[in-house]
Design a protein. Structure first.
Ligand SMILES: C[S@@+](CC[C@H](N)C(=O)[O-])C[C@H]1O[C@@H](n2cnc3c(N)ncnc32)[C@H](O)[C@@H]1O
Length: 398
């Protein structure tokens, strides 16, 4: 077992970002003075609950709860489940949990109001001339998988709900504006694209000869982590797929107006319509943990099928629980599973991805996983390093 300290990835989610740090682009919902102030309040609350109250919460666990547990059972909590049961009735943990969960729900509610009051204008702005740039292919008959059919991390309507009959982009605007920037406390950079730049930074350092011509991004949402691949490899054909139409419309408009020709398509990553051996690189960022075990099996099989021999599948996530010896650290990392409407977070971080990739066609010797440096892009330096790391899981098709 490899022991990782709290100093790694999660600590990044408690940076000192301010709302004005958020990257401006033409589709970004406008905020008035009071709305900007409330966005700063949410950023500050996420930071305060993590950075200020986090250490106090740990102290209460170590000095009181763990001791009581040892007195009762004669041993320390052995895993995250025992820690969760032990802290359940402690008033501080209850208070902290209530605050954290409520702030997320309130943040989304407030941001939904911000999007709603200007949605007609945003929907209009998002109507772009499809002929000039990458394509947008929507499939109104695509079924939303069961593992996606609820308000993921309390985001009202999740990624797929259509609120208007024609050309709706609400879900995209909600995720790109308030959602991801606030939830991650600005740690992904002004345009929320730090995961892609972290991956590209790794690829250019460790695989400098690898130059993909045809790239697929699975679960691309608003294309924020798809665009960097087109920016870095401008001659490559880049495609993003997602199950949600409103996020894809937003992605297509956002990329087009930013000058990137990317094809977006509404498809389930478990079974796509791409032909065999079509892509050199299949990527995903922060995607697998919102899907089920069965879906990941299918996604690995599908990735293997659409990769050409010599191609690479690579996923960016948080590290599995086995990277952490301390059951308390595992419990903290599992918090969203039980309190933030992210039911697949915990189960996914327990999976044996290596075995699943082997069952999907990848050979044992061609599969690898590692921690890579976290890039936190700045406006003038896209590859500026932040604090912490990402976990990558990858397989070559040989
Ligand atoms: C956590 S979000 C965002 C991931 C995004 N790549 C990022 O870096 O922020 C996961 C996305 O995956 C999409 N998704 C979930 N299951 C999917 C599936 N089976 N096929 C395609 N997209 C899926 C969701 O609609 C959502 O937009």
């Amino acid at each position: 077992m490899k022991s990782h300290s709290t100093n790694s990835s999660r600590k990044n989610f408690i940076s000192d970002a301010r709302w004005r740090d958020f990257g401006k682009h033409f589709l970004r919902p406008e905020n008035n003075h009071d709305e900007s102030a409330s966005q700063d309040f949410y950023l500050e609350m996420y930071r305060f609950l993590g950075k200020e109250l986090g250490p106090a919460r740990k102290k209460i666990y170590e000095l009181k709860i763990k001791k009581e547990f040892i007195n009762k059972y004669g041993y320390s909590p052995k895993n995250r489940h025992q820690v969760r049961k032990a802290v359940k009735n402690n008033p501080f943990f209850q208070f902290w949990g209530h605050m954290r969960s409520n702030i997320n729900q309130e943040m989304f509610y407030k941001n939904q109001l911000i999007v709603d009051r200007q949605i007609e204008n945003l929907n209009g702005k998002a109507r772009v001339n499809q002929k000039s740039m990458g394509t947008l292919n929507l499939n109104p008959d695509l079924k939303v998988p069961k593992y996606q059919s609820f308000d993921m991390h309390w985001m009202p309507g999740s990624y797929y709900t259509e609120k208007f009959e024609k050309g709706d982009i609400s879900a995209g605007a909600l995720y790109d504006s308030g959602g991801i920037f606030l939830m991650t406390n600005g740690s992904l950079g002004p345009f929320n694209d730090g995961a892609a730049y972290s991956l590209i930074n790794y690829l250019k350092s460790y695989l400098p000869k690898f130059k993909p011509n045809n790239i697929l991004d699975l679960g691309c949402t608003v294309g924020h982590n798809t665009q960097p691949f087109k920016e870095f490899w401008p001659d490559a054909k880049v495609t993003g797929i997602d199950i949600g139409a409103p996020v894809l419309r937003y992605a297509h408009a956002r990329s087009t107006k930013m000058g990137y020709s990317i094809d977006y398509s509404q498809q389930n990553a478990e079974k796509t319509d791409f032909r065999n051996s079509y892509f050199d690189l299949v990527v995903s960022t922060m995607f697998l943990h919102e899907t089920s075990k069965k879906a990941i099996n299918n996604i690995f099989k599908e990735s293997y099928r659409v990769l050409r021999p010599g191609g690479l599948m690579i996923h960016v996530e948080q590290p599995p629980f086995r990277y952490f010896d301390d059951p308390y650290e595992q419990f903290i990392r599992d918090w969203d599973t039980h309190n933030n409407n992210e039911p697949f977070w915990g189960p996914m971080h327990d999976l044996d991805l290596h075995k699943m990739a082997c069952n999907s066609g990848f050979k044992h010797k061609d599969i690898f996983e590692k921690m890579i440096p976290l890039v936190k892009p700045k406006l003038d330096d896209k590859f500026s390093l932040g604090i912490g790391e990402w976990f990558i899981f990858a397989g070559w098709k040989k």
